[in-house]
Design a protein around this ligand. Structure first.
Ligand SMILES: Nc1ncnc2c1ncn2[C@@H]1O[C@H](COP(=O)(O)OP(=O)(O)OP(=O)(O)O)[C@@H](O)[C@H]1O
Ligand SMILES: [Mg+2]
Length: 435
């Protein structure tokens, strides 16, 4: 059983073409052979007519009336020393007959002249058959040549007809997992339209499902914020209370736990809010450098706290299309990682500048970097690697990636490979907007 549609079509059509070709060839061969035999009979009749009319006279055996066809004229009067074959020949009645001459089968036409003398026009059967075969072969030749041509054309037509399907499959294969834009039915053959409509229906249902899921995560995170805030307030209220040392330690752990939960909720909300979708086009123009300056300023106390040397290496006016909160989330999450993974006294450098039609945000830290087997996964949601640091939940880089995707940009992370230095370099490229 052939699974491929192309294989099945080709096998079926090949069988039909070959069968038709063979049957047609056999029929044509047979027909042409018979036709040729009849034609040679009519030649004998014509020659006999000429002989009877007196064009050939004399009692001799004519050889080569027709050179190729080897036709003989045998006159009864000219063959007195008759052999058995010839005696037998003259016993036949006038007309076409099969006979033998010198041991070989021949086709003869016997006639009687007005004066009563008889003659025969003869031709060797083997010669006749050879000529007929030759003609029949020439009739079959075009059919034999046509079959391979037809097979070739069939193969080409099948391949061309199935090309839209291959293209469709390629298109689907190359898509990002979250790309739910419908397939265009326009340039496709009409037979594929129902199939495309079904796939588009499926894509729409999946998108709906993803939307629902996203909304559920957002709603759940949002709902959980109120009780967490309440818990946080309660913990704060315990602060001024005179507590034994052991209880104060527990309280610190409790507040740390509450902070972590809040952070998780904030990250989940951000992830749900910036869930992947088609790149946005109608967005306001934002100054990336201003946003970065604000976020860096906000992070300075934390940097001082951790003894990190945070600052700009290069900052130029650069505008992109986006929302300030989205861009701030990108810078904040990247800085947050850099701060968390940098050792005391480590440098964190920030660049913001334009490069052709791209706006570049680059952040380098002095941390350990990411091991080579983990670096390909750091943009996955909830991925935290082998040595998770601090209160992270593993969503920061997924949020960054989704925002960058939505803004039509790209992001790369690479370990800094310079002698005497370690750290992670994150490079974000966004389409620069015309100022
Ligand atoms: N600057 C960095 N240096 C070293 N490792 C990093 C750095 N940035 C990210 N990573 C690695 O990538 C993982 C994923 O980072 P991501 O920002 O997504 O999550 P997180 O920081 O753990 O949590 P969150 O950002 O949600 O608080 C981190 O847990 C860490 O292992
Ligand atoms: Mg992070």
């Amino acid at each position: 059983m052939i699974r491929s549609l192309r294989g099945r079509l080709f096998a079926g059509l090949t069988a039909v073409i070959l069968l038709t070709g063979i049957a047609g060839g056999l029929f044509a061969h047979r027909w042409a052979f018979n036709e040729a035999i009849e034609m040679q009979d009519s030649v004998l009749i014509q020659i006999a007519g000429l002989v009877q009319g007196g064009s050939f006279t004399g009692g001799r055996e004519l050889h080569g009336v027709d050179e190729d066809a080897e036709v003989w004229l045998i006159d009864q009067a000219a063959t007195p020393h008759s052999s058995d074959d010839e005696l037998k020949l003259w016993t036949l009645k006038d007309g076409l007959a099969l006979a033998t001459r010198k041991g070989q089968p021949i086709r003869v036409l016997l006639r009687t002249r007005a004066d009563g003398s008889r003659f025969a026009v003869a031709q060797r059967t083997s010669v006749r058959d050879e000529i007929a075969s030759d003609m029949a072969f020439r009739t079959v030749l075009p059919i034999a040549a046509l079959v391979p041509c037809l097979l070739l054309v069939t193969a080409i037509v099948i391949a061309r007809s199935l090309r839209p399907m291959v293209r469709l499959a390629d298109d689907l294969d190359r898509r990002r997992a979250d790309d739910m834009t419908p397939l265009p039915p326009m340039q496709m053959p009409s037979e594929l339209h129902p199939f495309i409509a079904s796939i588009n229906g499926l894509l729409q249902r999946v998108r709906l499902l993803m939307d629902q899921q996203r909304r559920f995560v957002a709603d759940a995170a949002h709902e959980l914020r109120t009780p967490i805030t309440a818990l946080s307030l309660q913990a704060e209220n315990l602060d001024p209370v005179d507590l034994p040392v052991a209880a104060r330690d527990r309280l610190a752990a409790l507040r740390q736990g509450i902070r972590r939960s809040r952070h998780l909720l904030d990250q989940l909300l951000a992830l749900a809010r910036y869930d992947a979708g088609a790149p946005e086009t109608a967005l306001p123009i934002v100054e990336l450098d201003s946003v970065a300056k604000e976020v860096v300023a906000d992070a300075l106390p934390e940097a001082v706290n951790r003894g990190a040397d945070l600052g700009f290496t290069r900052v130029e006016q650069t505008v992109v299309r986006g929302e300030a909160v989205m861009l701030a989330a990108v810078v904040r999450n990247l800085l947050d990682n850099a701060l968390r993974f940098s050792p005391r006294g480590g440098r964190i450098d920030v660049w913001v500048y334009g490069d052709g039609d791209k706006a570049i945000l680059r952040i380098e830290d002095a941390g350990p970097g990411v091991s080579s087997d983990e670096i390909g996964r750091i943009f996955e949601p909830f991925f935290r690697g082998q040595r998770p640091e601090g209160d992270g939940v593993g969503l920061g880089l997924s949020i960054v990636k989704r925002i960058v995707d939505r803004l039509g940009g790209s992001i790369e992370a690479a370990n800094i490979a310079e002698s005497g230095r370690t750290g992670l370099r994150v490079l974000v490229r966004l389409p620069a907007a015309a100022a």
